[in-house]
Write a protein that binds this ligand. Structure first.
Ligand SMILES: [Zn+2]
Length: 324
């Protein structure tokens, strides 16, 4: 996909988000009206108020009358809003329950800020950058986040559930504290199907929801960025330098990328080394054991992945959750 295509697709995504916001508002309004039917009446009155006032203003005999009608309308409007807010409080809802809620307050989910010439909002720029890396196979953050973590699905036998809950708590503490985390890096290890990718996605969702920028990438796509850099395409592609500079980089499935001479090990070393030197945060999930990491990437890379001074390690064991 070219940049222009990504922009178009993203604009469509933003339009869907705005439609979701509208639907959310409608749903909240219906709920509030069901709890306090008077709210519906007041809203209706508020809607007809403007029309009535317009008619009165058109029929007014003098400028003074006109001003008076306009003033009356404003006062009644304010009174209605105050009544609605009081009813919302009474129903145990928040006062702004009937206001539109945005994913980004800065651009109100339009993706643009500023008057002509409008420019892309930071949230749009960030998503645009992420699109370059995100793999179609990566799960949506709507499905995989700390809120959808369902511990009842995890077998209790052999302490697997306890272990995953502990891992979840560690990841949550990391995501909530970011960027002031205990360890700069996290390494999630263990066989496939134990929830590593899920936890990685949870961290990504929480950190980006908190307004920080993060890049989530599969090792396979990371390798693509390295290869592009190696053949000198990086200026156009801007992949590898973005990976070095992302405040938080989450690499999933390390060990599944191709091993290409002069690329994989060398670029991975550069990436990890530069990120550690710049004190940036990196989260890695891998099926490989520490011994296998050492075998595959050599001591220089492994020592950076496993350095206990900068890296918190979470090791998962148990049954493949996808096969239960
Ligand atoms: Zn925005």
């Amino acid at each position: 996909m070219t940049r222009a295509e990504h922009i178009r697709a993203l604009q469509e995504e933003y339009a869907r988000q705005r439609a979701r916001n509208e639907a959310d508002l409608e749903r909240r309004t219906a709920q509030a009206c069901a709890l306090e039917p008077e709210i519906a009446q007041l809203r209706q009155e508020s809607a007809s108020l403007a029309l009535k006032a317009m008619r009165s203003i058109l029929n007014a005999q003098s400028i003074a009358d006109r001003a008076q009608f306009a003033e009356d309308m404003k006062r009644r409007g304010r009174a209605i809003n105050a009544e609605i807010r009081a009813l919302l409080r009474k129903a145990g809802l928040s006062e702004d329950e009937l206001e539109m809620r945005y994913r980004c307050d800065k651009c109100k989910d339009t993706g643009y800020v500023g008057d002509a010439p409008a420019r892309f909002c930071d949230c749009f720029e960030m998503r645009l950058r992420l699109r370059q890396y995100e793999d179609g196979t990566m799960a949506g953050t709507q499905e995989q986040n700390f809120g959808t973590f369902d511990e009842s699905r995890i077998p209790e036998a052999d302490g697997q559930r306890q272990q995953l809950i502990k891992a979840r708590n560690l990841c949550k503490a990391y995501a909530d504290a970011f960027p002031d985390t205990d360890f700069k890096n996290l390494l999630l290890t263990g066989p496939g199907g134990l929830g590593k990718t899920f936890l990685l996605n949870c961290i990504f969702e929480r950190v980006t929801t908190r307004g920080f920028s993060a890049v989530r990438i599969t090792a396979f796509r990371m390798f693509e960025a390295m290869r592009q850099q190696h053949v000198g395409n990086d200026e156009k592609y801007q992949g590898f330098s973005e990976l070095i500079e992302a405040p938080l980089l989450l690499i999933d499935d390390l060990g599944t990328e191709p091993m290409m001479r002069n690329i994989t090990v060398e670029y991975l070393f550069t990436l990890l080394n530069e990120r550690i030197a710049a004190k940036r945060h990196t989260v890695v999930a891998t099926n490989l054991t520490p011994v296998q990491l050492n075998e595959r990437y050599g001591e220089r890379v492994a020592s950076r992945l496993l350095d206990k001074g900068v890296c918190g390690a979470i090791q998962l064991k148990g049954k493949d959750l996808r096969k239960l």
